[in-house]
Design a protein around this ligand. Structure first.
Ligand SMILES: Cc1cc2nc3c(=O)[nH]c(=O)nc-3n(C[C@H](O)[C@H](O)[C@H](O)COP(=O)(O)O)c2cc1C
Length: 326
């Protein structure tokens, strides 16, 4: 399987609304392995967002579009009106964004009802018009990428949609290897990524169900893609990208241990959450969400989760963390 171009591999951290927010992007990119990350989607409806709104959604804009660790962060837009999408893209760039990603994959019913996200996959021509309009209005040096699923009900228009995005002028297309209707039901259909990669005139990043290093090896083999986007697996195993890098560079792969490195990251995450907002419930909610997900990979996360679950005050949670990882 020959890669389509000689471009280097890119390992990308997926946009995940309500999960991979500013603090999670900060933490995961500090742990390392990522070439880039993508913001949670910003809904584009009838207005053009103000500077405070852009900075609230993507604080990285204020730091040259880099996370604390220096990893580039793209701004993801979700909407359907080409003019308004373009206006907002330009506005984001005016305030500092240098890479825009367009979301054609969101399965949320409210989003789809307003003609945004995956519902657009029924109409490749509309997708083309959106991508083309945004591309034409953005300065040339601003990168434009897109993300889609295999289709809405079925895969019948997968290639047309990929072509529409390519012809519209995007430079990279991430494909989540499921239709909208398939939701998050396993399996992800990695062989479809290979079909799209072989036929579409655009670089493809493969996405869907990479939870372990072995999944990464398999998705690369089956899809033939050299660019891979990690979503939930990146949160469940926070060193997954680092393991992949170790593997790619021929070094021994050393998975982080929960009681050691991961303990430090859990404490750091809680500290970063507390620094990020004075909303009292945010740090506890985020920590519980993360530990809840990490239980899938680390039995100790379940023990810690059970201890923290009844706690509400940040100070008592901090004390519980300190006791657990002492
Ligand atoms: C909680 C959650 C929120 C998501 N939010 C977004 C989003 O804002 N934009 C987007 O393009 N995809 C979003 N996705 C889809 C992911 O980027 C990714 O395509 C999907 O989770 C499949 O990859 P994975 O199996 O590696 O998680 C979201 C997924 C999850 C689980």
């Amino acid at each position: 399987m020959t890669p389509r171009t000689a471009q280097p591999t890119r390992l990308m951290l997926a946009p995940m609304q309500g999960l991979c927010d500013y603090v999670m992007r900060d933490l995961l990119t500090r742990i390392g392995g990522y070439d880039e990350c993508v913001s949670e989607f910003v809904r584009i409806t009838h207005t053009v967002h103000s500077r405070p709104a852009w900075l609230r959604h993507i604080p990285e804009i204020a730091t040259a579009n880099r996370t604390f660790a220096g990893t580039p962060c793209s701004v993801q837009l979700l909407g359907s009106d080409p003019e308004n999408m373009a206006e907002n893209a330009i506005q984001a760039v005016r305030f500092g964004a240098d890479s825009i990603d367009l979301n054609f994959g969101c399965p949320a019913p409210t989003v789809n009802k307003h003609q945004g996200g995956a519902v657009l996959l029924k109409e490749p021509q509309r997708i083309y018009t959106i991508v083309r309009t945004v591309r034409q209005r953005l300065p040339e040096n601003i990168r434009l990428t897109a993300k889609m699923r295999l289709g809405y009900d079925d895969t019948g228009l997968a290639l047309e949609n990929a072509d529409a995005i390519a012809q519209g002028g995007a430079s990279l297309l991430t494909v989540h290897a499921r239709t909208k209707v398939q939701g998050y039901q396993p399996p992800a259909h990695w062989h479809w990524l290979n079909t799209i990669r072989e036929r579409a005139a655009i670089d493809i990043a493969a996405n869907g169900d990479v939870f372990t290093l072995q999944d990464y090896i398999d998705i690369r083999q089956i899809s033939g893609c050299r660019h891979i986007m990690l979503g939930r697996g990146a949160v469940i195993r926070p060193d997954l990208a680092r393991q992949i890098r170790q593997y790619e560079s021929g070094k021994p792969v050393q998975a982080a241990l929960f009681e050691e490195e991961i303990g430090d990251w859990v404490k750091l995450f809680f500290t970063l959450c507390r620094q990020y907002t004075d909303n009292g419930r945010y740090p506890a909610a985020r920590l519980k969400q993360w530990l809840g997900m990490m239980q899938q990979a680390y039995p100790q996360a379940e023990t810690l989760f059970d201890r923290i679950r009844p706690l509400k005050e940040n100070a008592e949670i901090q004390a519980a963390l300190n006791r657990f990882f002492q």
